[in-house]
Design a protein. Structure first.
Length: 196
């Protein structure tokens, strides 16, 4: 009987160790996923360095944005810009991936003019390549870092850039979207910027 108890205890220990190991592995996988998820930042630039800049969002929180030689910089009207064009006091939106220090590694930075509706960009934001435009249903299909998403437009959608309406959108353009998720699950665009 003692031998049976020893075997049972040994099996229980092995099972517990296996469960702990798999739990730790799962936690590590989740940490990697969480640290490399797509993200964005929006706010006013209050400092710059050689490899980064800092934004202060509408709530006053400071966020760091890292840049690299491959980071693309554009103005809201679609003109190409460079990192050197960033200035303190300027509003900007940055899109990329969140690292383990909760900094954003920027793929694209959009430089905004002083006068534009900041409320359009304070909530949910996405960017990606425009795959299709459906003028009849006033909808767009966009390949975003979070996958293929469909967005809807209406009379309240703002177009602060060079493209001023759905008629000016062309497949292949890069689009930047400030949007809200309706209770129905529909993604309603508040503002849209499209650049070649």
């Amino acid at each position: 009987m003692d031998m049976y108890k020893k075997v049972s205890v040994s099996l229980m220990i092995v099972l517990i160790v296996a469960m702990l190991t798999s739990s730790l592995a799962l936690a590590a996988d989740q940490l990697i996923t969480a640290a490399n998820r797509p993200g964005s930042r929006f706010g006013v630039i209050f400092s710059t360095s050689k490899v980064s800049f800092s934004l202060k969002n509408a709530g006053g929180k400071e966020k760091t944005v890292l840049v690299s030689p491959t980071t693309r910089f554009v103005k809201i009207n679609g003109d190409a810009k460079a990192f050197k064009d960033l200035g303190v006091g300027q509003w900007a939106m940055a899109f990329g991936t969140i690292n383990e220090r909760k900094e954003l590694d920027a793929k694209v930075v959009v430089l905004a003019p002083r006068r534009f509706n900041k409320g359009d960009w304070s909530g949910l934001r996405q960017y990606g390549r425009l795959l299709s435009v459906d003028p009849a249903n006033r909808s767009l299909r966009v390949n975003t870092p979070n996958g293929f998403l469909t967005f809807t437009l209406d009379d309240d959608t703002h177009y602060p850039g060079r493209v001023k309406g759905i008629g000016g959108l062309q497949v292949g353009m890069t689009v930047f979207l400030g949007y809200q998720r309706e209770s129905s699950g529909m993604l309603k665009v508040k503002a849209l910027i499209a650049v070649p």
